[in-house]
Ligand binder design. Structure first.
Ligand code: NAD
Length: 359
């Protein structure tokens, strides 16, 4: 009863024409930012997260505490919990689901392949089943990944390009997710939008990502490992600032249209869409390091080694014209500016003063 009350209060809409959104992965990096942004503009938000220990769970707890001060409640549960999902959809008539819960990271899949199948495939299907059975059926926006472009070397990547060469199990589960959601779209009339995020970074980010672990190691005087591609070519990423990604997510929710139900064919098809959300200006990893050195005012100790062929791709670069046209998506933060904000957050979150630990 207490649980239901918290869910209902959190789902309350405080603006005209607002939406009520179930955000999975809400204690995660992107999920916490999206949840806050929705709540701030007056939408109802209920989070769901299993608080797994893929990376430091205390960071997830801290995000949860932050969301709670803004009135967002996070249910602690796994997306594979079909009973819990059915109950949630009973308590709240969600208009939208923002599905961000997933096992992320490309290298971790070498040792933990099953966790990708559990969260990114089985979990996705469990969620789709719950959405299919819900009344009303919510529109779904979910996170695919730029990794689906895999070893494709034609840049910039556009949504119509081939995605038939995944370089990691992670990429394969995201590609499978696109097929699974497409199936639920045409059989059951669910409105689906898949977003291919390109290397998202920023405050409250993910400790397993390079910009984050580089920052930690540089501050602790430890070496960082910088991978180099074939023929000594630097790796490059289309680093995309979190606030730009959040705008793309909100734009997708706002334009996602309605699910039409299994009788969809009679009432016209529900939309199935895929968009790249990137910054469309790739930066090499050595340049990322030198920007961090500038903001941290510390020189990095670098080990430069050849990329070990364990799931990374040499470069990513998004063509964002579809997202620009259909979602009004327009990234505005360059890497220099975005990393400055990240470093500021990092130093304050981990208690550094002028680059030195406070205690
Ligand atoms: P994150 O790991 O910080 O967030 C994911 C959250 O989902 C975590 O809090 C985790 O506890 C939760 N979760 C995982 N499995 C779950 C399960 N089975 N049930 C319930 N909760 C579960 O990652 P993120 O960077 O915020 O990524 C969000 C989404 O965006 C993911 O789908 C990820 O694959 C995708 N993505 C991220 C990036 C990026 O650069 N950050 C790039 C491409 C795609």
């Amino acid at each position: 009863i207490q649980w239901e009350k918290q869910v209902r209060t959190s789902a309350q809409i405080h603006r005209q024409g607002g939406m009520s959104v179930l955000v999975t992965g809400a204690a995660g990096f992107v999920g916490s930012h999206v949840s806050l942004a929705l709540k701030r503009r007056g939408d109802g938000v209920v989070g769901l997260d299993n608080f797994n220990d893929y990376y430091d769970p205390s960071l997830k707890k801290a995000r949860k505490a932050l969301l709670s001060t803004h009135g967002v409640f996070i249910v602690e549960a796994d997306v594979n919990d079909a009973k819990l999902l059915a109950k949630l959809f009973d308590v709240v008539a969600f208009t939208h689901v923002m599905h961000l819960a997933a096992q992320a990271g490309v290298r971790y899949a070498m040792e933990n392949p099953q966790s990708y199948v559990h969260s990114n495939i089985a979990g996705l299907v469990t969620l789709m089943e719950a959405c299919k059975s819900a009344n009303p059926q919510p529109a779904i926006v979910w996170a695919s990944s730029s990794s689906v472009y895999g070893l494709n070397e034609k840049v910039p990547f556009s949504e119509l390009d081939q995605t038939d060469q995944p370089a990691s199990l992670y990429a394969a589960t995201k590609k499978a997710g696109e097929e699974i959601t497409h199936t639920y779209n045409h059989i059951y009339g669910l409105s689906i939008t898949g977003l291919r995020f390109f290397t998202v970074y920023g405050p409250w980010g993910r400790p397993d990502m390079a910009y984050f672990s580089f920052t930690r190691n540089i501050l602790q005087g430890k070496h960082i490992t910088v991978y180099r591609g074939k023929n000594r070519v630097d790796l490059a990423r289309d680093f995309t600032y979190i606030d730009d990604i959040v705008k793309g997510c909100l734009g997708s929710l706002d334009t996602s249209g309605k699910s039409t139900g299994s009788g969809g064919k009679k009432r016209g098809p529900a939309p199935y869409r895929i968009f790249n959300l990137g910054n469309t200006s790739p930066v090499t990893v050595p340049t990322l390091v030198s920007i961090l050195e500038g903001h941290l005012k510390v020189k990095a100790k670098k080990n430069i080694v050849d990329m070990p062929g364990n799931g990374d791709v040499p470069f990513t670069h998004a063509n964002i014209s579809s997202a620009r046209m259909e979602l009004g998506y327009k990234p505005t933060t360059d890497l220099q500016t975005g990393l400055k904000k990240f470093v500021k957050w990092y130093l304050s979150y981990y208690g550094y003063n002028h680059g030195k630990p406070l205690n």
